[in-house]
Design a binder for this molecule. Structure first.
Ligand code: DGJ
Length: 693
């Protein structure tokens, strides 16, 4: 049993294999947090401390660690829920009315029923436990059983309490071309706010929190949570004056108002959360395993070739066929035709919204290219940006009222495009039909769904910030139901849409338009803390890199991209015979190690050297892969020691290095480690290894 209720029915102990979470109902009827950490065995030992106010200025409401603080009364701390009733009352008062326990194949769930003291308004707190992943999901479901609507001004899905001060908070910052820049800051008095206000989730911050007590990869306490929602989120971390740190996350209240009509239910996005007593590695492993088993679609991701960087908008059928032939020669399995195939799309100026095949570029229709690609025994993928329209496009001429706008204002364009108001049923129908027609008419295996600008001038509706992405989820889900073999890639100007919401809706995820192999090491390292490797699309592209101007050897570029789901984005028609041969070798090797990379357990290894080695290991069953990168040899051309992880102590392993095979025991490789020295700039190595039976 993962859920244990105390004999007085007022204390709840929720346990996974290694962790416990506890809360209870106190003498004032407040749902009060009691514990989050290492597993504890008995609910009976949990005590509900009697709280008295510190002073008249520090009321009990303020110092009680509540599971779901609402706005109202003597509460001045962050609240999860603020609502306005039809009569203007802006305060909530909840009453505990019992609980239910539900069970599924891999989970057990406790639902705590709360009701407003006066109004027929219900708040169900859900705690779903996934014991073998050491994870829990929390959210709240709101129900309006009144005759009048209710306005929701703030909805954060849950609040967590960590009984420490001076924690480290980590997330990522960034912008287009520089997503996933990891930062860590000490939490002190005051609040930390991370959020997105643009309608996508992740160029700037990412909807998750990591709070640790000076943890390392393998030691120390870590508390973490990831929001299962794309779009405008907010997360607040607050170190209170009462010796604890609280954190909450959910829908961003910025410019957002959600109306709950009579009889309506609203389920807030869940927060997937956990505790690790053994550092960041355990956190990542639990999240990755859960994502692979329970969230993402099954199957290995193909090696793709995408022609965007090779041709940009200068698309024509014959050149694309030439690229497809070359991609096949290299070993790619999927050919993706990116932007520029439709309407009058010759630049960013026009075409978006006019989703017919451009006849000048494809005089014999798209079939000519698709037949050629299929004739090569490759899969075919197509780029679309369905939420957008260019002002010059016919779609906009026909439906100027389909974009987000105010009647008395001029909507801003960005990348010369507007955002369609996808909450209108006619727009939803247009997008669904457009894609359904494409997928029905053409033999398409893969859709790259792009979204290249933030939302603005949303019009009078203040709920679109939440509803927009719900509509997109719905359209993609419906399309996948009708066309189950098609993989959908989520892209938003690079890595603008990666989060635990979209992870279960799309299949593939574009990490960043920054394809510089060195920059990518940082991006990928940060990404891997929360997201599984299979969700990390990584391309090899040309040098000098279009963003950084860097020249990096092809081997390093391949190794860096082979750390995720491999893609090629070079102008391969310009490849020398040596580059063709090297690419063929690398792609062959990638296919061999792909199950280990995409489905294995991933380790960010320690680098004891003064030189900046990046060391990563992947393990699946008896097979393993080690990547080592040395971008620049600086300090006396030092070597490093690679201490592998996750091996069986007594088993013997054979490592296939470029200097020959090495055979050692797991205990040696994990304890003593393997000396490794790379030299020169942008040096890298990939070592495959396996357990000797
Ligand atoms: C932004 C994407 O991130 C790129 O990969 C490419 O698809 C362009 N959009 C096309 O406009």
């Amino acid at each position: 049993m993962s859920i244990v209720v105390g004999t007085q029915n007022e204390v709840f102990l929720l346990s996974t294999e290694n962790t416990s979470y506890a809360f209870g109902i106190d003498d004032q009827g407040l749902v009060r947090h009691l514990y989050w950490g290492k597993k504890i065995l008995s609910a009976e030992e949990l005590e509900m401390p009697v709280l008295t106010e510190v002073s008249t200025n520090d009321p009990v409401y303020e110092i009680t660690p509540e599971e779901f603080p609402v706005h109202g009364g003597l509460r001045y701390k962050e609240h999860c829920l603020k609502a306005t009733f039809a009569d203007g009352t802006r305060e909530l008062v909840y009453r505990y009315c019992g609980y239910d326990v539900e069970e599924g194949e891999d989970w057990e769930e406790l639902v705590l029923h709360l009701k407003d003291d006066h109004y027929d308004f219900y708040m169900d707190l859900h705690y779903r436990l996934y014991p073998r992943y050491d994870l829990m999901e929390r959210n709240v479901v709101l129900k309006n059983q009144m005759e009048e609507p209710l306005q929701i001004e703030q909805l954060h899905s849950a609040q967590f309490h960590i009984p420490y001060e001076n924690l480290n908070f980590s997330n990522v910052h960034g912008h287009w071309g520089a997503e996933e820049q990891r930062f860590t800051q000490r939490v002190s008095y005051g609040k930390i706010l991370i959020e997105n206000r643009r309608g996508t989730s992740s160029h700037n911050h990412n909807p998750y929190f990591i709070l640790d007590r000076d943890a390392t990869e393998t030691t120390g306490e870590v508390f973490f949570g990831a929001l299962r929602m794309t779009g405008n989120f907010s997360g607040v971390v607050e170190q209170t004056p009462y010796g604890e740190t609280l954190v909450q996350m959910g829908i961003n209240p910025h410019d957002c108002l959600l109306q709950l009509d009579p009889g309506q239910t609203l389920s807030a996005p869940a927060i997937l959360c956990g505790y690790s007593a053994t550092g960041f590695e355990t956190m990542s492993h639990n999240l990755h395993r859960f994502a692979l088993d329970q969230v993402m679609s099954k199957g290995l991701r193909p090696v793709l070739y995408n022609s965007w960087e090779a041709t940009e908008f200068h698309v024509n059928c014959q050149d694309q066929i030439k690229l497809a032939n070359k991609a096949k020669e290299l070993g790619a399995e999927l050919f993706v035709l990116d932007d520029g195939w439709f309407g009058e799309r010759h630049s960013i100026q026009n075409g978006l919204g006019d989703w017919y095949v451009n006849e000048g570029k494809f005089p014999n229709g798209l079939e000519e290219l698709i037949d050629a690609v299929k004739g090569l025994d490759m899969k075919f993928g197509l780029w679309v940006e369905p939420e957008m329209v260019n002002p010059k496009a016919q779609l906009y001429q026909d439906h100027p009222d389909w974009i987000y706008h105010y009647d008395t204002r001029v909507s801003d364009t960005s990348r010369v495009q507007y955002v369609l108001n996808v909450t209108k049923p006619e727009v939803q129908e247009f997008i669904y039909n457009m894609l359904d027609n494409l997928l029905t008419r053409y033999d398409i295996d893969y859709i790259k769904w792009d979204a290249n600008r933030p939302i603005s001038q949303t019009g009078p509706q203040r709920d679109i910030w939440y509803k927009h992405i719900q509509v997109i989820y719905g359209i993609v889900t419906a399309l996948k139901k009708k066309h189950p073999h098609v993989l959908f890639e989520a892209c938003a100007s690079g890595g603008g849409r990666i989060d635990y919401g979209i992870l279960g809706i799309f299949d593939d995820f574009w990490t960043s338009d920054n394809t510089d192999a060195y920059d990518r090491l940082y991006i990928q390292d940060a990404y891997s803390r929360i997201y599984p490797i299979k969700a990390m699309r990584a391309w090899v592209t040309d040098c000098p890199n279009f963003l950084s101007g860097r020249m990096i050897p092809l081997t390093f570029r391949f190794h860096s991209a082979m750390m995720g789901s491999l893609g090629i984005g070079c102008n391969i028609l310009k490849f020398t015979p040596e580059e063709v041969e090297l690419s063929q070798k690398m792609i062959r090797q990638y296919k061999e190690i792909r199950p280990v990379i995409q489905e294995g357990t991933f380790y960010r290894l320690d680098n004891p050297s003064a030189d900046q080695y990046f060391l990563y290991e992947y393990l699946k069953g008896d097979k393993g892969v080690l990547f080592a990168f040395l971008p620049q040899s600086k300090v006396g051309h030092r070597g490093t020691t690679v201490r592998l992880r996750g091996l069986e102590e007594e088993a013997r392993y054979i490592l296939h290095t470029s200097q020959g095979d090495i055979t050692k025991t797991g205990s040696y490789l994990m304890g003593h480690g393997l000396p490794l020295r790379l030299s020169g700039d942008y040096a890298s190595a990939l070592v495959q290894f396996e357990k000797i039976p």
